[in-house]
Structure formats: C-alpha cells, structure tokens
Design a protein around this ligand. Structure first.
Ligand code: A2R
Length: 318
C-alpha cells in the first residue's frame, strides 16, 4: 500500500524525519525550486503538512495540494495559519501546547531578572576589566515584592504566575474573560499597566491582539516600568515601544519576539535599557524534542484514525 504524501515546510530534526519517513512519502519544501511545477505533478498526493508557527500553511500550498487533510504545526502559536480557510477545506490543524509551558516560563523569568538586576551590563563590567579599572558596577533593582501584570493567563501565563511566586509578587492579569484563578482580574489593560511594575505579554498573536500594547499602555506602565514580551512581536506597537524607551516614558524592556523577525530595529539594539533575545522562549534541546515528538505524534494519530491529539480550538470540531 502506498504511503500518504507529507509536505514538510521548514526544518525538522533527524528523529522527526525518521518517524515521518517511516509512515509517509516525504517531500521537503526546502528542496522544491518551482512550487507550481512541483504541485502539478505531486500536489494531489499530499494529504498532510508538517509546518511551524512562523511559516504556517501558505495559500499556494492549500490550492496546490487539494487533498490536504491535516496540518501539524510545531509550536503553540499558530497565528501564521489561516484556520478559517482550513476549516472551510476540512483540514485539521494541530499544534504543540503544554509541552513548552515550563520553558517559556523560565525564559520569561530570566528576561525579567536580567532587566531588574542589570546582569548583562554587570557581565560586561566583569569581563572587560572595568571592575578592576573603575570599581564596582552600579547597583541594580530587586525583583522581589513587585506588582506584576500578566496579559494572557492561559497555559503559559499560569505557569509564569506559579514560577514567579518565589519573588513574592502581587499578580494581576488581563484577558477577555475572567478566569477562576487566585489572581486579581483587571477589566482593562491600561488599568492593569497603571498598577504594575512589570507587564508580561503572553497572549496569542493575530488580529485580536495586534498592537494592543500601545503608546497609552506603555506610558501607563511608566518610567520605572518593565515590559516583557514572550508572546508575538505583533502584540506590542514596536514604534511606540522605541519612542517610550528613548524618551524615558518606559523604564526597560525584555524582548524575545519582534514585529519583523529575524530583523530587530537598530534603535532597540542601541539602547542600554533593553534586553534582546532571538525568539528562544522554548529553545532548549529538551523542550524542542518534546515539541517535535508531539508534532509527529499528531501526524501518526491522524494516519491511524483520522483524528489529531492536540487540535487548535478552531478545528476541534472537525
Ligand atoms: O481572552 P481569553 O479569556 O480567551 O484568554 C486568553 C488570552 N487572550 C487574550 N487576552 C486579552 N486580549 C485578547 N485579545 C486575547 N486573546 C487571547 O491569552 C488566554 O488567557 C491566553 C492564551 O492562552 P492559551 O490559549 O492557553 O495559550 P498558551 O498556550 O498560554 O500560549 C500563548 C501564546 C501562544 O499563542 C504563542 O503566541 C506564545 O504564547 O508562545
């Protein structure tokens, strides 16, 4: 019996490739020069796509592969995938929730600590010899006893709140609907920012969160405030963020995500009151292996009985 066709968009580890190749006839987008010519010959054989939160499922893949039935995305965020178009075509979309909660929460705490404790400039001070030449590094600020506002209180937001407990924080959160959680719900994002020392962004991307952290929210956070973004670059108005940091209306920012990745504006790179990471929230060997496993598990489950283990909510009814 011939194996169903699987189109791989983006990269995959050797372990993932071996498991996919055992059950599917694998085609790699990276090896295809002329997609239209390739699709005319092979498109009809493709029933499954393995992709990621950055590349999604491009429109030409959906039209070029008319028998596509499942799209398994590596990562929890799937804002690059047009789920309405997938539902319309009956394509089941899966993602990799939960297995990265702990790692993204760790990254969030590290970014927050790096901002409060000035560890990056302290490290430069030690390494450069400035300590011997110029004396002690300047004092930093304590992360303890802060009011921390969390924008988005889902799987990852709750893990962040739990891991923050060692710093004895007061935790506030803002989402569209109040949750049954032991933290204080804030009706408005601006209202939460006004009361917070730190604002942590951990919502999905997409139209409903596009630039919701705007000039008004950043100024409400204030000159001593710290913005941490581990969600999507689109959630924060990057131009307003740069302006607020440059003018001192916002204190600091710790950023793992950007509007046009992998591009980071020079204005952000030039500022001392910013800590920059290259979208590494979940990027450890252990967590990426777990995400890769779940990505393939979803494909194998679909092959076995037509379901997926972790569908995105929009496709859960399919
Ligand atoms: O709004 P609600 O009640 O649906 O709560 C969700 C919240 N959220 C929003 N909050 C404010 N304004 C919005 N427009 C909005 N849209 C969604 O974000 C919920 O509390 C949270 C998302 O939680 P989960 O769906 O459990 O996602 P998870 O696994 O925590 O990952 C969040 C995102 C991913 O989509 C990636 O972009 C990133 O973290 O790695």
């Amino acid at each position: 019996m011939s194996k169903p066709g699987l189109l791989l968009i983006g990269g995959a580890t050797d372990v993932m490739l071996a498991r996919m190749e055992a059950e599917f006839t694998l085609h790699k987008m990276n090896d295809i020069n002329d997609f239209d010519a390739w699709a005319a010959e092979n498109g009809a054989s493709i029933e499954a796509v393995a992709t990621n939160g950055h590349d999604g499922v491009p429109a030409d893949v959906m039209t070029g592969c008319p028998n596509l039935k499942v799209a398994s995305a590596y990562g929890v965020g799937y804002d690059a995938i047009d789920t309405d178009a997938c539902v319309e075509r009956g394509i089941k979309v899966s993602h990799t929730p939960n297995v990265l909660n702990a790692e993204v929460a760790n990254t969030t705490l590290l970014l927050m600590l790096a901002c409060f404790r000035n560890f990056l400039s302290d490290e430069r001070h030690a390494r450069s010899g400035d300590w011997e030449r110029e004396g002690n590094a300047p004092l930093s600020r304590s992360p303890d006893n802060r009011t921390i506002g969390i924008l988005g209180m889902g799987r990852i937001g709750q893990e962040i709140a739990e891991r923050l407990q060692v710093f004895n924080p007061a935790i506030l959160y803002h989402t569209r609907s109040k949750k049954d959680l032991p933290y204080e719900y804030c009706e408005t994002l601006v209202g939460m920012a006004e009361r917070s020392d730190v604002l942590i962004c951990i919502t999905p991307g997409g139209p409903s969160t596009n630039k919701i952290v705007d000039k008004q929210v950043l100024e409400a956070l204030g000159p001593e405030g710290v913005l941490i973004n581990v969600s999507r670059g689109s959630v924060v108005d990057e131009a307003a963020l740069i302006e607020a940091l440059q003018s001192g209306k916002l204190g600091m920012a710790g950023l793992d995500v950007f509007e046009k990745e992998p591009h980071i504006p020079n204005a952000l790179k030039d500022m001392e009151n910013v800590v920059l990471l290259p979208h590494v929230g979940s990027a450890t060997h252990e967590t990426r292996a777990a995400m890769g496993k779940l990505t393939v598990d979803n494909l194998l489950q679909w092959k076995k009985d037509g379901t997926v283990l972790t569908p995105v909510p929009e496709c859960a009814h399919l």
